[in-house]
Design a protein around this ligand. Structure first.
Ligand code: ZN
Length: 278
């Protein structure tokens, strides 16, 4: 009987646990607006010329996950200090704008930054780590490989040393490979290197919505994900394609919705706070 129950309730593929724990806590997924990046020419997003001459505005979401009484932030946006400059700021050679601060969006939900227990980072580029300093009491979930890469000199393109320093001042739970954050299969970081050496995606198992994969920068556009297009500056072309393949495989096997974080139509399709997925 016990054996039958175990087989009925646990699937384990490639280290990922999709356990139907009868006491798993209620979950919510909020999508927050953490800024915009303006591009005069998006040619950098394909090393085969597919985006040459395209102009665009890229959304930068942050995701807030409620797991029982715990709050997890996935990716930390551009940085609230940029909101003070009405026309935005040039950072790492890109035009960043922050129309609404992350802190104010947390306040709208009745939260302070110190209420966030974990800050998970897909990677340490400036547009995913911008608000690291807002969370000195949180524990950061970040790849040890990523941290070593971002902290090395010369500073890699796209990385801002003050963001990395803010992560290092806080508690860090270093992630090697995959990590089942709460041990119940509901929030899992999966290793998807290629864009950067320690890049991760986040798999969520929501009661009503089903499985969701927040893909960081595995791909920046739906077209890049669908066609396997690789940006010019990625750390590894081969690993990027392998990461896309892993996400596709997981999405197919677990019937998961794939969220391309920087894709405008995907961002628009997500409910905005105070609405959430559950
Ligand atoms: Zn990136």
């Amino acid at each position: 009987m016990i054996r039958a129950l175990l087989f009925a309730h646990v699937w384990c593929v490639a280290g990922l646990v999709f356990a139907a724990d009868p006491v798993k806590p209620p979950m919510r997924l909020y999508t927050l607006d953490c800024g915009r990046i303006d591009f005069e020419d998006e040619h950098v997003f394909s090393d085969t010329g597919d985006h040459d001459g395209e102009k665009g505005v890229m959304p930068v979401p942050c995701f807030l996950i409620k797991h029982g009484d715990n709050w997890v932030l996935w990716d930390a946006g551009l940085g609230d200090e940029i909101a003070k400059a009405q026309t935005g700021e040039i950072k790492v050679g890109l035009h960043f704008r922050v129309p609404v601060t992350l802190e104010s969006q947390l306040a709208d939900l009745g939260l302070k930054p110190d209420d966030v227990k974990y800050v998970g980072l897909s990677h340490l580029h400036a547009d995913h780590s911008g608000n690291a300093a807002l969370f000195p009491k949180a524990t950061f979930l970040v790849s040890s490989t990523e941290l070593a890469w971002a902290d090395a000199l010369p500073t890699p393109d796209g990385v801002l040393p003050d963001r990395v320093a803010a992560v290092k001042r806080a508690s860090i739970r270093p992630v090697a490979g995959d990590l089942d954050v709460f041990g119940d299969g509901t929030v899992q970081m999966i290793s998807t290197p290629g864009h950067t050496p320690g890049h991760h995606s986040l798999v969520l198992r929501l009661e009503k919505t089903g499985n969701i994969i927040l893909t960081g920068d595995v791909a920046h556009f739906q077209e890049n994900y669908d066609r396997g297009l690789v940006p010019l500056g990625n750390y590894s072309r081969a690993e990027t394609l392998a990461a896309i393949g892993r996400v596709r495989g997981l999405a197919e096997h677990f019937h998961a919705r794939v969220v391309i974080q920087h894709a405008s139509d995907v961002f628009e399709s997500m409910p905005k706070t105070p609405a959430y997925l559950e």
